[in-house]
Design a protein around this ligand. Structure first.
Ligand code: ADP
Ligand code: MG
Length: 347
């Protein structure tokens, strides 16, 4: 046995997920001329001749990221791919390949893995990416899935989290908060089921919320649309952890501040109704819920005319000088400091 001679033990939760990543990677530098972008964005960028490859990876663990008591394996396979593709699109790149690694305990029969791979195949077909490898192993408990997505982007076309300027407009696609509410519905039904397994709930009124949670889509269509509209965002990120957390990433890396207007945050009517039912604040759900997999980006004011009136886009604020900080302007016109209460796997 290795003996631990170090008396120092720092709780990981004291650093938080992003603090931990920064800490662990702080002494690594990029030495290869082909390494264009390393740790710190939605994906890494590697340069080969005139072509750039974009790479992103995610690890999903049963009991932490998904609960198989209500997530069908087919949906899980689909979602595991989609959340990775979302990081590729967030670089303004197109996804081309994936690798998939799985570890399972002996609780899973072949049929379970076949179902998982049906979902993976469906995502590959819809997003036009090839499965080109992976790894398979056993685990002592539960299921682990890791997907790596690879994409490509023309040199000079990648969009980073860094690049937003003061006065740029802050734009979000689609609507926010539905995936989080879908999770609340599923968690509630799980509790009901525990008490009364014979209960057959009618969840049809929650179909949008459940779909957003169980079968999210990545916004490949938006990358194509931006190209068609000839809009090149100055910075971009996908919304996995919640709007406020992602805005703060853009602000930090771009060294700007931001004014976000609460009244502008796009919410589906079913999200507003669901928030009333669950007694939740809809803005808080949009700000902190996460798993929306929408794109959040900034554009120069000159590009506003090109996106104006397009139902895919909502201007929710603007960037400011860094010294002004990041703020939420509430419906009551009070200015609150924007805080990241995003989902944190380490807490
Ligand atoms: P996202 O939410 O877009 O998937 P993450 O918050 O997971 O991004 O990761 C942020 C950045 O940190 C990415 O560039 C990612 O590659 C990098 N990263 C995350 N975990 C590690 C790790 N253990 N070692 C090195 N880099 C990491
Ligand atoms: Mg991301």
């Amino acid at each position: 046995m290795l003996e631990d001679k170090s008396p120092k033990k720092t709780e990981l939760s004291s650093l938080g997920e992003f603090g931990l990543i920064e800490h662990l990677t702080r002494n690594f530098s990029l030495e290869q001329s082909t390494s264009v972008k390393g740790v710190g964005d939605d994906a890494a960028i590697l340069q080969f001749g005139d072509r750039q490859s974009v790479i992103s990876t995610d690890l999903l663990i049963e009991g932490i990221h998904f609960d198989l008591s209500y997530v069908p394996l087919k949906h899980l396979g689909y979602k595991a791919v989609v959340v990775n593709l979302s990081d590729i699109y967030a670089m303004n790149a197109m996804a081309t390949q994936i690798t998939v690694s799985v570890a399972v305990s002996n609780r899973f029969p072949l049929e379970a893995l076949e179902e998982l791979y049906e979902g993976i195949a469906s995502a590959c077909a819809i997003y036009n990416v090839d499965l080109v490898g992976g790894d398979t192993s056993s685990s002592t408990k539960g299921m682990l899935i890791s997907v790596t997505a690879i994409g490509e982007v023309e040199k000079g076309n990648a969009v980073y989290r860094k690049g937003a300027k003061a006065n740029d407009l802050l734009v979000v696609t689609g609507d926010l908060g539905a995936a989080y509410l879908g999770l609340q519905v599923l968690e509630r039904e799980k509790e009901v089921y525990k008490v009364n397994p014979k209960n057959q709930p009618d969840l049809s009124m929650y179909s949008y919320l459940l779909e957003r949670q169980l079968k999210p889509e990545a916004r490949k269509d938006i990358i194509e649309l931006l190209q068609k509209l000839e809009v090149r965002p100055t910075s971009m990120i996908d919304i996995s952890d919640g709007l406020s957390s992602e805005i703060l990433h853009l602000c930090k890396q771009s060294e700007v501040g931001c004014n976000l207007f609460e009244e502008k945050i796009p919410l589906d009517p079913t999200v507003i109704a669901g928030c009333e039912e669950f007694n939740l604040d809809s803005s808080l759900v949009a700000l902190s819920g996460g798993e929306d997999y929408e794109l959040l980006f900034t554009i120069g004011q000159d590009d506003y005319e090109k996106i104006k009136g397009n139902p895919n886009f909502t201007v929710i604020g603007h960037m400011t000088e860094a010294k002004e900080g990041a703020h939420l302007i509430t419906r009551a016109n009070t200015k609150l400091k924007l805080e990241a209460q995003g989902w944190n796997a380490l807490n």
